[in-house]
Design a protein around this ligand. Structure first.
Ligand code: ADP
Ligand code: MG
Length: 463
């Protein structure tokens, strides 16, 4: 019928606009490399902030003692304690809890958020068993993973540049988040010192390096997306401090804010962006990460419903609700292998209130999920190629047997199999057979928590 044809035309046009042929991916990778250089050259030189992390030494395996980590960066936050055994990378024991952040705290006042976090941390400390040992007279020490753009002043202080990923608390912007947390811990009578402030990418890099010496970069694909890597200190023109002994500095790219004319952006992406909490910002993140993919799918479906009666004569009301279709649900539909696509059917019914969908309709929806996930995964791979190029690790040099490991983490990468497979295949395609043998993507399961604790250990006041 005419309606079906119109719906398919909308889908087809979207697919064409989302196309990521290999040539385009190479342009994106090259643009990423160029922006990396610009961001390292001067403060504000690029959309890529290329933030200096003050981490100039990564874990060696000799870290020893009881340390804590707190990971704030999305919808949940985690607290963790780990007993490190020293001598070559031994985690003797670790425990964590995960607490969800009540949505009203994400857009309320700064003290309310930090009080909530500190109180959960205090509860966690109070529940400590006998397997964990803090030497008498010692203060507890914490690695604080705070996954928003921060301008660091030292390893344990830094001012919030801006919120992302749905957080919007005005009075925190410009403040030292370590001071905010420290004051909140004092209000809870919790005697703990923040020894290291890190981003989740830095934590993941540190956690990955602890168990694998070849880890030189980290990528997060979760609610948001970001990357970090090890740079040569003398290749950071904007760094005016003393050159670190190691000659290296870990850089937090904040690649979620990358943008380039080569990115395949559609009208749906522009609408999502302009209606977001941070219009004009985090454009790369908005077409790649878990917070947004489901909503892109919703927006295309809404257009198909409005202009081609894709779901019948009336537009399903719930389809007009922003973020009602979450990426985990999109991924469940995308992975539906049943012959009648019953997962797709039940998701449509349960989430959007759309019942009695035909198999043909369900197939089109799976195809839509595939288009959105494929674009995100392929662009992520292109971004990674940009980093490898900057590090000179995208090609194999004569007679060198260098291995490059990228530590990956985040719920999107971990759970969205189609996304993950597409990313890994695309990276191979971009690198070519030979070079791709020396580059390994390694899932670093919650490496960021342990990584932050390890960095707290290596920056302990008792060393
Ligand atoms: P955060 O990024 O908030 O620190 P995670 O790394 O755990 O937390 O990532 C959570 C995000 O991962 C969710 O917001 C969601 O977008 C995505 N995600 C979680 N589960 C799935 C899934 N099954 N399929 C696709 N995406 C998922
Ligand atoms: Mg996280």
């Amino acid at each position: 019928s005419g309606r079906w044809a119109r719906a398919m035309a909308i889908l087809k046009e979207f697919e064409e606009k989302c196309a990521t042929p290999i040539g385009k991916l190479r342009q994106v990778a090259d643009a990423m490399t160029v922006e990396m250089h610009a961001g390292l050259a001067s403060e504000g030189g690029s959309k890529l902030k290329m933030l200096i992390s003050y981490v100039d030494n990564l874990p060696t395996g000799d870290e020893k003692g009881l340390f804590y980590a707190l990971d704030l960066g999305g919808t949940n936050f985690r607290v963790l304690r780990v007993q490190l055994g020293g001598n070559d990378g031994q985690v003797l024991k670790q425990e964590f809890t995960e607490v969800s952040i009540p949505p009203h705290l994400m857009t309320g006042g700064s003290d309310e958020l930090f009080d909530y976090i500190a109180s959960e941390l205090a509860k966690f400390v109070a529940s400590e068993g006998e397997d964990f040992h803090l030497p008498p007279g010692r203060q507890r020490e914490l690695g604080f993973t705070f996954s928003f753009p921060v301008r660091q002043i030292s390893i344990a202080s830094g001012n919030l540049i801006k919120w992302t990923k749905g957080f919007n608390i005005e009075d925190t912007v410009g403040q030292d988040v370590v001071l905010e947390l420290t004051k909140a811990m004092e209000r809870q009578d919790l005697d703990m010192r923040v020894a290291a402030l890190v981003n989740d990418t830095i934590g993941t890099l540190a956690g990955g390096r602890y168990t694998n010496n070849d880890v030189v970069a980290a990528v997060i694909l979760g609610t948001g997306t970001n990357a970090a890597y090890v740079e040569r200190a003398h290749a950071i023109p904007k760094w005016h401090g003393l050159l670190p002994k190691s000659g290296e500095m870990v850089i937090n790219m904040e690649w979620g804010n990358f943008r380039s004319s080569h990115l395949p952006l559609t009208e749906y992406d522009h609408a999502l962006d302009s209606e977001s909490l941070n219009p004009g910002e985090q454009i790369f993140e908005k077409i790649i990460s878990g917070m947004y993919l489901g909503d892109i799918v919703r927006r295309v479906l809404l257009r198909m419903a409005e202009e081609a009666a894709f779901f019948g004569d009336t537009v399903p009301l719930k389809l007009t609700v922003p973020f009602i279709l979450r990426t985990p649900d999109m991924s469940a539909m995308h992975h539906d292998t049943s012959s009648d696509l019953k997962v797709v059917g039940s998701k449509l019914k349960d989430i959007l209130g759309i019942s009695n969908t035909s198999l043909k309709t369900r197939r089109a929806i799976v195809e839509l999920c595939n288009i959105v996930a494929t674009r995100g995964a392929r662009l992520s791979a292109a971004g990674m190629l940009g980093i490898l190029k900057k590090m000179g690790r995208d090609i194999i040099k004569e007679g060198e047997k260098q291995r490059t490991v990228v530590a990956m983490d985040g719920g999107l990468y971990e759970h969205y199999t189609e996304f993950r497979n597409c990313l890994e295949n695309t990276l191979k395609e971009l690198l070519g057979e030979e070079a791709s043998e020396s580059v390994v993507v390694e899932h670093s399961n919650d490496g960021s928590g342990i990584g932050a604790a390890l960095l707290a250990a290596s920056h302990s006041q008792y060393l």
